[in-house]
Design a protein around this ligand. Structure first.
Ligand code: ARG
Length: 280
């Protein structure tokens, strides 16, 4: 009591200030605690369901096929999604959307993961986290077979009509590498392939495995000589930020699938299924 009385006013204010700081810090701690609890791993387990967003226009990654008389979304991304759901002990739901919408749908909680042949580029890393690379891919130039000698490299495409998927890394790649390209950006890769076949564009910048599958069902198309490797190195799973536990679980599944040969099997299985493709 005596002590209290001798504390000058300024000291009192300081004490209150210090108490406020302690309070703020405590709140901060509670905040951290709840962030930990809100790791998407816990949310997904609580929901008993994993919602994976993708754009099913990407043979052999994800596409529509007629399996047992039913139109289903299949591909190696789907097998990867199934394996992740199984390891998490939850059901899998596939949510189809335009590729361009995925990167905003994830932070908005419309989906739990992006598994859509997505490359972890720097711009996207600002919005979402990524798993380790599960598939190493390159990009190529898809042209009409008759133009194969005409369009060999990006230099041959200067000033030409070139297609790419809207919001894809190939859009950025085309804009960066092709001088004065007249870019045709469409939301759906199947529509881009139709544009190329119809002569509305001269070439598509596209993931090489997707180009190969397109050629398999459209022999009038061919890959030009030049390939590109980007700094992202390949495809990864997109995960909501601040969910380190979920990232670790997904990386564990990816590592197992890559080490035991399952991932390679998913790819060969997906390629086989491309014969059963259903075009929307
Ligand atoms: N890999 C490219 C990117 O990350 C294109 C992926 C497109 N995926 C799809 N399902 N259409 O931008």
């Amino acid at each position: 009591m005596k002590n209290f009385n001798v504390i000058p006013k300024a000291g009192k204010a300081k004490k209150i200030f210090a108490a406020a700081i302690v309070g703020v810090m405590a709140l901060g701690l509670i905040g951290c605690g709840s962030t930990k609890e809100n790791d998407m791993l816990d949310v997904i387990k609580k929901n008993g369901k994993l919602v994976v967003g993708l754009s099913a226009d990407y043979k052999p990654y994800e596409f529509h096929a007629m399996i047992d008389g039913k139109d289903q979304v299949v591909g190696f991304d789907i097998d990867l999604a199934k394996a992740i759901a199984k390891d998490l002990g939850v059901e899998l739901e596939i949510k189809e959307m335009e590729f361009d919408s995925l990167i905003t749908a994830l932070p908005a909680d419309k989906i739990d993961l992006i598994i859509s042949g997505m490359n972890p580029d720097e711009k996207r890393k600002k919005a979402v986290d990524f798993s380790d690379i599960y598939y190493v891919s390159q990009h190529g130039i898809l042209v009409r077979a008759e133009d194969k000698d005409k369009y060999k490299t990006v230099a041959d495409l200067a000033g030409k009509k070139v297609g790419a998927q809207l919001g894809s890394t190939q859009e950025a790649l085309a804009k960066e590498k092709i001088e004065n390209a007249d870019m045709h950006l469409l939301a759906n890769v199947n529509d881009l392939i139709l544009e190329l076949k119809a002569g509305k564009v001269e070439a598509l910048i596209i993931e090489a495995p997707v180009a190969e599958m397109a050629i398999k069902s459209n022999p009038e198309l061919a890959l030009a000589e030049q390939r590109f490797t980007d700094e992202t190195g390949g495809n990864a799973v997109g995960i909501k930020k601040n969910s380190p536990k979920l990232v670790a679980e997904i990386n564990k599944t990816i590592k197992t699938l890559m080490d035991d040969g399952s991932m390679s099997k998913f790819i060969t299985d997906a390629i086989k299924l491309t014969d059963k493709e259903v075009k929307e």
